[in-house]
Write a protein that binds this ligand. Structure first.
Ligand code: HEC
Length: 292
């Protein structure tokens, strides 16, 4: 008769399995605060303890029927600490006679092969792996667990929320603190395509509105090009209502004005000016002498 696994080990294993199952089947791992989780923990622990007591009764009964030698061997085995037994079983060396008993016949090639028992820890890991695999497959196919699309959506939502939060807490740039940044050019191009291209043409070459790539400007209220654009988009043109006050009218916020101003700075200062020879509008206004 072999001593049984101590009850605390069984309870630890059951709790670990419970944890894994809950972790996989409950979204957001919010189960720690759920009464169902703690309910199953308590019930499983009680059931395990009951099961263990029944096992004790059966063991006592069996023990009485053992011979004295068997009783001694059993008690010695039982007094060995559990983990030491487990460790020993992993490195157990058999005596020459047991080796003889478990020798598999390899008459044809002379190789010596022993029919060893698999170590307990190995078997335990193996069964755990099988159980884990089943639970994993079920939760993978039947729930949202480890679903890349769901995880992506959740992350996307969280990020959009944090961007919205940032926007709410960060006042949009004004003409006083707005600044050119090359990082904003791309976003500015999008703003331009949505709000400005209908009048200022592809790439700012001009149309209903003036050519924004050359050095001639009708309106020059500010000293630097970047601020000049910001001011025009914020307040519109005093001479021509077609160029409306996009900022003041609440059509474009400060962030997007800063972006579109960066884009116009880019096409005006960093790219070659478009001329009538390129199919662009002729210069309007007077040559500008922007400060850096
Ligand atoms: C409905 C047509 C229209 C739209 C849309 C429009 N503009 Fe204009 N824009 C004009 C006109 C017309 C002028 C010339 C105003 C004037 O004569 O003072 C102008 C002038 C400007 C100027 C000053 C140019 C100069 O030479 O003085 C800037 C800068 C400018 N627009 C940027 C933008 C930006 C950026 C957008 C998009 C957010 C935009 N505009 C959208 C028609 C438009």
């Amino acid at each position: 008769m072999k001593p049984r696994t101590p009850v605390y080990i069984t309870i630890a294993i059951i709790l670990a399995i419970l944890f894994i199952v809950y972790y996989m089947f409950v979204p957001n791992s919010s189960f720690f605060s759920s009464p169902y989780f703690w309910g199953t923990v308590v019930i499983s622990t009680i059931l395990t303890l009951i099961h263990n007591s029944i096992g004790d009764l059966i063991e006592n009964d069996k023990f009485k029927k053992l011979t004295d030698v068997e009783k001694l061997a059993y008690v010695e085995e039982k007094n060995k600490p559990y983990f030491k037994g487990l460790y020993d079983s992993a490195f157990k060396k058999q005596t020459a006679t047991t080796e003889q008993d478990i020798l598999i016949d390899h008459g044809f090639d002379g190789i010596m092969e022993l029919d060893n028992q698999l170590p307990k820890w190995w078997l335990g890991l193996f069964y755990f792996g099988v159980a884990y695999c089943i639970v994993y497959m079920i939760s993978f196919f039947l729930t949202d667990f480890a679903d890349t699309k769901v995880e992506y959506d959740e992350e996307y939502k969280a990020q959009t929320a944090s961007i919205a939060e940032y926007m709410k807490n960060t006042p949009p740039p004004t003409i006083e603190n707005a600044a050119f940044s090359a990082d904003n050019i791309e976003a500015g191009q999008e703003v331009f395509k949505t709000n400005c291209v209908s009048c200022h043409g592809e790439g700012g070459k001009g149309g209903i509105g003036p050519n924004l790539t050359d050095n001639s400007w009708i309106n020059q209220p500010e000293k630097t090009l970047f601020k000049n654009v910001f001011q025009m988009v914020e307040n519109g043109s005093p001479n021509n209502p077609a160029m409306q006050a996009f900022g003041k009218n609440g059509i474009i916020n400060g962030f997007d004005i800063q972006n579109v101003a960066a884009y116009i700075y880019h096409i005006n200062q960093e790219l070659k000016p478009l001329t009538p020879a390129d199919g662009a509008a002729a210069p309007q206004g007077t040559p500008a002498n922007w400060e850096k």
